[in-house]
Design a protein around this ligand. Structure first.
Ligand code: ADP
Ligand code: MG
Length: 243
């Protein structure tokens, strides 16, 4: 299996606070990773390091064999390959759904409007929302907005998708429609790193679970191993609080 993401000895500080410490990870193309752990354990910071939204201070990160060393050329190249979906959707509020999906492919990938529209409409169809293409984000429900955000990220044709608690801001009745889209994406072979506490999703799609605590990776295990026989007290405590 070919490696698509490699973190070696990655660390990061906010002032005196060590938010990430000695992170070593190798992720294969097509792998589905679920990252979980207590609030404040560094999950968001970790995935934000992978597209340089939060630059790391120590160690090395490679995506597709390109080193994320802060050089603009490399950051730009990696951001094209790494799509991101945030908790609060982060759609551009003044643009229609379709325009949200066209912006980066036209500006960054240099696609023509016709090419970008064809891809956008296909991907909006894939997240079951093509009929809303000409609406403004504020006219959509949270679940619909998050599905648009997923389509928008996919329009860049990324190699990897990062999700940071994509269902945490949703009303409970909308969680399922977003998870369903993520499951479909996983079945399509996308490499995915998902920070989520949706353990049903984790069991269903994750190849490996990464459990973080206090800025460190504490366990890496298959879902069966992690849920049925966590190795550390820290993981056991975390899981008992989710039940
Ligand atoms: P998680 O996603 O697991 O909840 P985060 O990666 O968001 O954790 O944050 C980890 C820790 O780093 C938290 O204690 C948080 O308060 C702190 N932190 C996050 N972002 C910043 C920042 N920009 N400046 C200072 N501290 C931060
Ligand atoms: Mg977070």
């Amino acid at each position: 299996m070919s490696e698509i993401i490699r973190l070696a000895n990655v660390g990061k500080n906010y002032g005196d606070f060590r938010v990430l410490q000695n992170i070593n990870l190798s992720i294969a193309k097509g792998e589905k990773i679920v990252i979980c752990g207590p609030s404040g354990s560094g999950k968001s910071t970790l995935i934000r390091c992978i597209n340089h939204l939060s630059p790391h201070d120590v160690g090395t990160i490679h995506v597709n064999n390109v080193e994320l060393d802060g050089k603009n050329k490399n950051v730009g190249a990696i951001r094209c390959e790494v799509g991101m979906v945030f908790q609060n959707f982060n759609l551009f509020p003044h643009l229609t759904v379709l325009e949200n999906c066209l912006l980066a492919p036209m500006k960054v990938r240099g696609k023509s409007r016709a090419q970008a529209e064809e891809t956008a409409m296909r991907l909006l169809g894939r997240v079951h929302i093509a009929e809303q293409a000409h609406k403004m984000p504020s006219q959509l429900s949270g679940g619909q907005q998050q599905r648009v955000a997923i389509a928008r990220a996919l329009c860049m044709e990324p190699e990897v998708m990062l999700f940071d608690e994509p269902t945490s801001a949703l009303d409970p009745e909308m969680v399922g429609e977003v998870l369903d889209v993520m499951v479909e994406l996983a079945r399509g072979g996308m490499t995915m790193l998902c920070v989520t506490h949706e353990m049903g999703f984790a069991r269903k799609v994750a190849d490996r679970i990464i459990f973080m605590d206090a800025g460190q990776v504490v366990e890496i295990a298959t879902p069966d191993e992690f849920f049925d026989a966590p190795k550390t007290d820290r993981a056991r405590n975390f899981l008992s609080q989710l039940m």
